[in-house]
Design a protein around this ligand. Sequence first.
Ligand code: ADP
Length: 289
Amino acid sequence: MTTVTLPAHVLADPEHILVREVDKTYPGASARALDDIDLVIRRGEFVSLIGPSGCGKSTLLRALAGLEPIDTGSITIYGATPREACSQKAVGLVPQTPALLPWLTVRQNVELPGKVNRAASKRRAHRQGMGASSVGRTDPDELLDLVGLAEKRDAYPGELSGGMQQRVAIARAFGLEPDVLLMDEPFSALDEFTREAMRLHLLSLWQRMRTTVVFVTHSVREAVTLSDRIVVMSARPGRIHELIDVDLPRPRDREVLAGPGLHAVEDRVRDSLQRAWDSGAVPSDLVPA
Ligand code: ADP
């Protein structure tokens, strides 16, 4: 298990998401869903959580979203508790299936939450004050262009495929400019071909917006393609088995993604998953990721 000892200056640093010594056991469960989880996530980092079913990925994501109480330890998101961060609309959640409003067009779906979310505007203004380039940052047309749906802007969700609908949902989530975006297997309902295209769209969006993302996946390829760092978890109890840096250059264009570097990192992640699997008391009804 990897344990991170946090120096005092990091604890006081509003630039990090800090997960410290977190334990969580569901009532009646025989093993901890989360056991002594320590994790530090930098602002703007793309981090994936991967591991066998039942290793606590979703529990950790929900805890970050303030939706799951923890037994011991602490979680802070840039100095705020998860609940505070959520109430300030600083945390966005992209679920496995898109929840679009069927009576609004694609463009209206992307644009609406931003219109009513004053917190996003305030953060944008703050960033502008800090000198960050945000010209046209949340322009719905630009967001739709980045996910390859510029031509569908006037269509209704019912006229789109599942993959297209999920792209709209992801564009909308980025458009709200949360400080951190939590994504729980957002491509799991899609076929492999569509997933591959989705990864490229997500890469373009992230490259543009640089939102901090915590991404749950079962796919090694997905984790390596997208992430700066991969958290490999093991089950029963749910622990961090290893943190793996993905030292592939960005932007991750097709050339990078077709190169030998990608396969080398994939092999490292697969080895780590195998070791996590070997070390865990995994019940026989669970299958490896
Ligand atoms: P993962 O997302 O990695 O598949 P989860 O976070 O869903 O793992 O689950 C971690 C462990 O906690 C598993 O053993 C699971 O059965 C258990 N668990 C998850 N949610 C609940 C719940 N609401 N009540 C009881 N046990 C749960």
